[in-house]
Design a protein. Structure first.
Length: 325
């Protein structure tokens, strides 16, 4: 059925069920002019938003409708994780072509519901409108973090150790493998289509005393430069310290390029990059899913990679940019 046949209000009714996963924080969800939720005393509120446009952020060749909703939820939840917070509520806005398939749009909602249910995030409202352009989906998320404990990009200090969660470059390889119709690479394809935001590790790192954190949405090179410039420090990462997933190494060999290209400039892994003081290195390194890859040093703001041969290569703030040529 096309959206023009179903209509706005029938569509809203069709997706409004199974949207509340933590009743303790919601007074009024979908169905009124505004949703009403409870803000916890002693916590700061966190708000972020992300938008996905068909043909720019996703295509039917690489992303099923369910995965569109899942990835949109993951991107927003990852922003909250990067502040050391806990995601609580989301509102969704959709601009759909009138001849668009209503079943496809319902599956997008199912993907969003799936990741929200996993992280106990309530879907408390939104809007659905017509567009003559491509399908566009926007999500706004509200989270919380104990007062005065949120982690900023500007908190890195000289002497800190730099780390990441899990492995990176996986999503970029997954996208290339999907576009090339390559067999195998199931891990990387899964990471691209259904990334897992690192809320747990973000909270643990905050509680242990991390100084700065950023989520890896535009590639490690871009995110590290954001931390370096916001904090007024230099960051040096060690080429020999990074561990890549075997599929990333395999794909890089096939394409005859360095796996670092995917890690630094690929993006959409939705892992975390962080800096920690030296005195908690042992506690942090004991956590599952942690790699320590460099140091914060004195010098002009920027990022460099120290190679296995001891050379230093400048890492530019290069990642996905919507308005670049």
């Amino acid at each position: 059925m096309q959206m023009r046949e179903m209509g706005e209000f029938n569509f809203i009714k069709s997706v409004a069920d199974d949207t509340i996963y933590d009743m303790s924080t919601v007074i009024c969800g979908i169905g009124d002019d505004c949703a009403v939720y409870k803000a916890k005393k002693g916590y700061h509120q966190l708000v972020s938003t992300d938008m996905m446009v068909e043909g720019i952020h996703f295509s039917s060749k690489t992303t099923a409708p369910f995965d569109i909703g899942y990835r949109l939820g993951a991107a927003n939840i990852s922003d909250i994780a990067a502040m050391g917070g806990v995601p609580r509520q989301v509102v969704i806005a959709v601009a759909a072509p009138p001849d668009g398939n209503s079943q496809r749009l319902q599956e997008i909602y199912e993907g969003l519901k799936s990741i929200c249910k996993t992280h106990h995030v309530n879907i408390i409202g939104g809007d659905t409108v017509r567009t003559d352009g491509p399908l566009t989906v926007s999500l706004t998320i509200i989270g919380e973090v104990p007062e005065e404990t949120e982690l900023y990009r500007s908190g890195a200090q000289v002497g800190d150790v730099v780390g990441i969660t899990n492995t990176i470059g996986d999503s970029a390889v997954g996208l290339e493998a999907l576009l090339d119709n390559a067999r195998g690479y199931s891990h990387c394809k899964r990471v691209h289509q259904r990334p897992e935001p690192q809320v747990y590790l973000g909270n643990v790192l905050r509680s242990l005393g991390a100084h700065a954190m950023n989520d890896i949405s535009d590639g490690l090179g871009s995110e590290l430069n954001e931390i370096a410039h916001a904090s007024g420090v230099a960051i040096e990462i060690d080429e020999t310290a990074m561990r890549f997933h075997p599929e990333v190494i395999q794909w890089a060999k096939k394409k005859e390029i360095s796996p670092w290209s995917f890690a630094l400039y690929g993006g959409e892994d939705f892992q975390l990059v962080f800096t920690i003081p030296e005195d908690i290195v042992n506690e942090v390194s004991a956590l599952e899913g942690i790699q320590l890859i460099g140091h914060v040093v004195s010098g002009a703001s920027g990022v460099c990679l120290r190679t296995a041969q001891g050379e230093k290569k400048i890492i530019p703030a290069q990642g996905y940019n919507h308005f670049s040529k």
